[in-house]
Design a protein around this ligand. Structure first.
Ligand SMILES: Cc1cc2nc3c(=O)[nH]c(=O)nc-3n(C[C@H](O)[C@H](O)[C@H](O)COP(=O)(O)O)c2cc1C
Length: 202
């Protein structure tokens, strides 16, 4: 198993995959790493649809402005947030955090008040606000994939309505990213990064 440092350094966006299927126990291990991610109020709003059949993979690639490499991945994680799940989960999660005294009582009140305000926003806005929770879980998947010799690529360039149509999802589901995943058929060198100095604000 890789150390965290190695996984972070070795990860690349992979856009060419071998056709070999990914075993179910590896898919489960990746989902388990998502499950363990931190989230605001411990609401855990992430939800995943696992797509392996070729016809749906092609439809997802089409919905992603014909980024054809997506269909070539043996498994695609369609990474979403469930807004109803978030609203329920954040109330109970905040109360749980209060009970175990992880946060002060007055913080519980502030958070519950905020959640009450958020619940009045439209679903699209809530989806955007809570997407960062799913982003953490998705990156857990992308990094854990390396332990199985798997590679993945974040995909955000898509028409969300088209993806939701494929699965007939309602307004409570917001699609955060696609994560086509499989055994790499390419081993790209590291991509350019800013220096440490570049990322510091003086
Ligand atoms: C939020 C996000 C959205 C991205 N969307 C796409 C995408 O739609 N298509 C694609 O080919 N790559 C996409 N990428 C991959 C980036 O292009 C890639 O991470 C970046 O070029 C750095 O390369 P590396 O991941 O190999 O280090 C996305 C990455 C992130 C984090």
């Amino acid at each position: 198993m890789l150390a965290t440092k190695e996984a972070i350094e070795q990860r690349r966006s992979i856009r060419k995959f071998k056709p070999d299927p990914v075993p179910q126990d590896q898919i489960n291990a990746l989902l388990d790493s998502a499950r363990l991610a931190p989230s605001a109020c411990n609401a855990q709003p992430w939800r995943f649809k696992i797509v392996q059949d070729e016809a749906t993979r092609r439809r997802l690639a089409q919905a992603a402005f014909n980024q054809s490499f997506i269909a070539g991945a043996p498994v695609i994680f369609v990474c979403c947030v469930d807004i109803n799940g978030y609203l329920d989960g954040s109330v109970s999660g905040t109360q749980d955090l209060g009970k175990i005294k992880a946060v002060d009582e007055h913080v519980v009140e502030v958070v519950l008040d905020r959640i009450n305000n958020v619940s009045k926003m439209d679903f699209e806005e809530i989806g955007i606000r809570i997407a960062l929770n799913a982003a953490i879980a998705i990156e857990h998947i992308a990094l854990r994939a390396l332990d199985f010799g798997l590679g993945a690529c974040w995909v955000r360039l898509f028409d969300e309505r088209k993806i939701k149509n494929i699965f007939a999802w309602g307004k409570n589901i917001s699609v955060v990213a696609l994560l086509p995943t499989g055994y790499p058929a390419e081993f790209p060198p590291p991509r350019n990064r800013l220096s440490l100095n570049d990322i510091l604000i003086n």
